[in-house]
Design a protein around this ligand. Structure first.
Ligand SMILES: Nc1nc2c(ncn2[C@@H]2O[C@H](COP(=O)(O)OP(=O)(O)OP(=O)(O)O)[C@@H](O)[C@H]2O)c(=O)[nH]1
Ligand SMILES: [Mg+2]
Length: 382
């Protein structure tokens, strides 16, 4: 089973652990929208469920992750077919670093070396932007400078040194929802020169997918930020996690996109053209029709998990190539098509291969929903 390493980076208190517990809880049962589920071992399940119970219950929030504790969570994406047979499709290893480590990483040699190794092995980076800090930034409050100078800068420095796809996740979106749009938040962040430079470097020069995903681990109406800074739980309210599945769903489609960009670069080198002089060439421009030998050449470069059925591969390539360029109606049409295809493919699940194909279709569908509802989430078009 293919494993993807995902590193969650963010300062202390930004909501990393609450997000992972909430994602696991939301995805631990296969439901219509997602149509796969997450499984973990008995020990981690207990820990995550305990954390979630603490989050959802009336008492205190779970305590911060300890400095020495590197939490590593293993999630298997499984698909259950209509006869209730379960097939594992992929594994995701999530690394949840204690926030303090990110800020102080440079002070501890051994920890820094280990962290570096992990970074080089990562398939995706998730930079956590604390929704509460973003709220201060939008309001022009004084502590927003701390956010920009210290917290955001640390995440940017770390991302700068890597070549894997990444996204920014804005946590605690419940605090911003209805007050500010994602477009407004994005524009405010882009006023920061370093943020803007990173976005440009990743999307234009490195051709890496980059997203800005709003999530809320508890949803609207569960907690209220008090003037003294306390995050007070509203008595009797139930959590309704919002978009916690999206960052996970983006990992595979973004990996495919990254691989396709590398293929283009290699092929252009062979054809002795430079990707810089021809920035927006599609795979079709380079290989001609993606049938027969064109598709075979692309396949030679693709990693094992993307050695899919011809039709599915072509479909995924066409969506990856379309990226953020489509209009709203196209985005709606695309997500509806993907929803229907995903439902059809569930009926065909009978072994690991068909389960993998179904899981990939489900991820593609979720990404299309994200791009439909939050077109500004795709930073590649900046
Ligand atoms: N309103 C709101 N508050 C949240 C949400 N998620 C987390 N919080 C608040 O943020 C606090 C910190 O969340 P954690 O997940 O523990 O933060 P962390 O990033 O793991 O922090 P460290 O473990 O110290 O690195 C929680 O105790 C909550 O008060 C959310 O979705 N909405
Ligand atoms: Mg934590």
């Amino acid at each position: 089973m293919h494993n993807y390493n995902v590193i969650v980076l963010g300062p202390s208190g930004s909501g990393k652990t609450v997000y992972l517990a909430s994602m696991y809880k939301s995805l631990s049962i296969q439901k219509g929208h997602t149509s796969f589920f997450l499984e973990t071992n008995a020990e981690q399940r207990k820990l995550l469920i305990n954390k979630y119970t603490q989050i959802a219950g009336p008492g205190d929030w779970p305590p911060p992750t300890q400095y020495r504790e590197i939490s590593e969570w293993q999630f298997r994406v499984c698909v259950e077919n209509e006869s209730q047979y379960k097939f594992p499709a992929f594994q995701f290893t999530y690394l949840d670093y204690a926030g303090e480590r990110i800020v102080d990483a440079k002070q501890d040699g051994a920890a820094e070396a280990e962290f570096e190794t992990r970074l080089q092995e990562a398939d995706a980076l998730v930079g956590i932007l604390d929704g509460r800090r973003i709220l201060s930034l939008m309001r022009g409050e004084s502590d927003s400078q701390i956010f920009l100078l210290r917290e955001l800068q640390n995440i940017l420095d770390i991302m700068q040194g890597t070549r894997c796809p990444g996204h920014f996740v804005i946590t605690k979106w419940d605090l911003l929802d209805g007050k500010y749009s994602l477009g407004e938040v994005r524009d405010e962040l882009l006023k920061n020169e370093d943020f803007k430079a990173l976005v440009k470097q990743r999307s234009k020069t490195m051709k890496l997918p980059l997203r800005l995903i709003p999530i809320s681990s508890v949803g609207n109406g569960f907690a209220e930020l008090q003037p003294d800074g306390e995050m007070r739980k509203i008595p009797g309210a139930q959590p309704k996690p919002f978009q916690v599945e999206m960052p996970l769903a983006c990992v595979l489609p973004d990996q495919l996109k990254t691989q396709l960009e590398k293929i283009k670069e290699k092929e252009l080198k062979i054809q002795s053209e430079s990707i810089e002089t021809e920035p927006d060439l599609s795979l079709w421009d380079i290989f001609g029709e993606l049938i027969g030998s064109g598709l075979r050449t692309v396949r030679q470069y693709l990693r094992d998990e993307f050695q899919l059925d011809d039709n599915l591969l072509k479909l995924l390539i066409s969506y990856a190539e379309m990226g953020a360029r489509g209009k709203r109606e196209e985005a709606e049409k695309r997500s509806e098509e993907l929803r229907l295809e995903k439902e059809e493919s569930l009926k065909l699940v009978r072994d690991d291969k068909t389960a993998i194909e179904h899981a990939i279709r489900s991820f593609g569908y979720l990404v299309s929903v994200l791009e439909r509802d939050f077109p500004e989430s795709n930073l590649s078009s900046i």
